[in-house]
Design a protein around this ligand. Sequence first.
Ligand code: ATP
Length: 278
Amino acid sequence: MLEVADLSVSYGGAVQALRKVSLQVPEHGVLTVLGSNGAGKSTLLRAVSGTLGRHGGRRDSGTITVDGAPIHKQDAASIVRTGVVQVPEGRRVFGRMTVEDNLRAGAAAARSRAAVARARERVNELFPILVSRSRQPAALLSGGEQQMLAIGRALMSDPRLLLLDEPSLGLAPMMIQRVGEIVAEIHKQGVCVVLVEQNATMALALADTAVVLDVGQVSLAGSAAALAASEQVQRLYLGHGAQAVGPEVIRPDSTDGSVGDDGRERAAGTRTLTRWQP
Ligand code: ATP
């Protein structure tokens, strides 16, 4: 459904964030994108959603197609109308607006009234909490609820491909589990997903295929199961083999200062790696 071919992106004409990145998402597929900080994951999503310009970035070369039709020269609003919608990192909801108005804003690009009604029904089913809080300002929601609102707002435009940037970032373990279930449910309902996620355990359990970005280039690609079994992914993203040295390596003797349910300090970086149960 989505095909990215030889995509190169830079910021300010200086920082080369992506170099000749190629990947595909098949119809009904879930692709997860792993990579350490600064690897280019958000840049990839921005390029697909047509929002690079808002961040001072530009596509230098390469193509992005949806169902064979090029979208890389379209603006963000047109891309939303093709059914490609991004939920950016950091749950950017409109804090002063009510939950209801946030959802309405998401419906602005919907194809028809019937599509809005269908999308609304789906959002209500997936996120009952948003129904009960509909008249409250979004700023009063918890972090997890704001993430649900951000996803719900994206669903209001009835997407065919959802781009999720770190949906579990900063959430409590129970909420991370819920976010994973919601992504699985959205996929079950027929929406393709590109998932950028620091919780590699969850991301690989949800995905069919995966790529690892390394300083703007694809260093590994394949089925999610194959990547989960690979030595590199296990060592760098799943916390196995902790003595190796690398940007995301978890050392068993170090802690992040937080305390787990058992009252013991957690190993650094493991906070969100241990809780996901598919
Ligand atoms: P993280 O996990 O930390 O969010 P990432 O994999 O999403 O990282 P990007 O945010 O896409 O990585 O960044 C890729 C590269 O582009 C990095 O070198 C980063 O510093 C640079 N970059 C990202 N956004 C901008 C920007 N708005 N202006 C200039 N450089 C940027």
